[in-house]
Design a protein around this ligand. Structure first.
Ligand code: KG4
Ligand code: ZN
Length: 335
């Protein structure tokens, strides 16, 4: 497998990402072209803008990633591209580019599920992580707990009834005029705030269901902000952010704890953009120590969207003998 080179392409949302990987672990290049500035003025991802930027960035980024890795098209054994879930216009750019290169270069191609990519991010970061394990995948579009067993055998144990955790952060930041993406901005503000200043409701708390809900928390935040503004007071942004972050973190940790209890699996990983949140990272580590779990948390650049995780998932899937005749973008692809 050491000469098996994979070109990974990821364009499911607002990051154009390309990586070159040798085998299933050795990253030769891993580049991300960020669109944050384009979307921040709108307080969220504008799908039309995202597709246009992917379209501009993808070929130069592929060139750069291959040059950094020191590979030419003839060296590649596989092109792995995110096929879904994600934004249709964004996925189309990655998938159609990958298909065109595959045709032109005569290189095989595989479509990768973005969520499976996030699972691989945890394994990529720490080779000692092997199935079975629980993974909290928590991003701008998803909040899921997956049980990963040997042989790409995945069970979705639970997800969100409404918003994803990242979306809850993004909407909060938009409401307070902080910018986009909201998670890192709320986190920064929270550093100087009091997490007990406000009490935001934690959805699905105390239920024996592995299910999340962030809409109540979001409504409570809106009501609080509107009340303070109406009374003419200054918005205590750090306190609000710290309290809101505490509520989201509590929700995520309580359900991963429930999942571990229900499945008796003691190996816990985390991935997705929100997994870059320090309060959540520390909270999961502390919970792991208290409960005797093995905890795996990738470095922050592996938590957010990247193409190394797509290349790793693609290479592993190929090794298992999976071949695909048709690759079609699918915005609502499930695991
Ligand atoms: O996985 P990702 O990069 O893209 C998706 O697949 O959605 O996740 C992006 C999400 C955004 O909602 C962003 O606000 C959130 O991850 N995020 C964070 C942090 N960094 C990114 N949320 C909380 N704290 C952070 N430090
Ligand atoms: Zn993602």
């Amino acid at each position: 497998m050491s000469d098996f080179l994979t070109l990974g392409i990821e364009t499911s949302c607002d990051d154009t990402a390309v990586a070159v990987m040798r085998g299933e672990r050795e990253i030769l290049s891993n580049l991300v072209s960020n669109q944050t500035e384009d979307h921040s003025v709108f307080g969220g991802v504008v799908p039309e803008l995202a597709s246009r930027r992917h379209q501009e960035d993808i070929i130069p980024l592929i060139r750069k990633a291959m040059s950094e890795a020191g590979v030419i098209p003839g060296d590649l054994s596989l092109i792995a591209v995110t096929a879904g879930p994600g934004l249709m216009g964004s996925l189309l750019v990655g998938v159609m580019t990958a298909k065109a290169l595959s045709q032109g270069w005569g290189t095989p191609i595989l479509g990768v599920n973005h969520m499976e990519g996030h699972l691989y991010a945890s394994m990529l970061a720490d080779p000692s992580l092997v199935p079975p394990f629980l993974c909290l995948i928590v991003s701008g579009g998803h909040t899921e707990i997956v049980l990963a067993r040997e042989g790409r055998n995945y069970t979705l144990l639970g997800d969100t009834r409404d918003d994803a955790a990242g979306e809850a952060y993004d909407k909060a930041a938009k409401l307070m005029g902080l910018g986009y993406p909201g998670g890192p901005l709320v986190e920064k503000m929270a550093q100087s705030g009091d997490p007990d200043a406000y009490s935001f409701p934690v959805g699905m708390k105390g239920t024996k269901k592995i299910e999340f809900s962030f809409s109540g928390m979001k409504t409570a935040l809106r009501t609080t902000v509107e009340r303070i503004k109406k009374e003419g007071g200054e918005l205590p942004v750090p306190d609000i952010c710290a309290s809101y972050q505490k509520a989201i973190t509590e929700s995520l940790l309580s359900k991963i704890s429930l999942a571990a209890e229900m499945t008796n699996v003691r190996r816990v990983a985390m991935s997705g953009g929100v997994a870059a949140n320090t309060a959540l990272r520390n909270g999961l580590r502390e919970m792991g120590v208290a409960r005797g779990w093995e905890v795996y948390i990738p470095p922050k650049n592996f938590c957010t969207d990247n193409a190394a995780m797509i290349a790793a998932a693609g290479a592993s899937t190929w090794r298992r003998g999976v071949r695909m005749d048709v690759i079609a973008p699918d915005p609502s692809l499930r695991m």
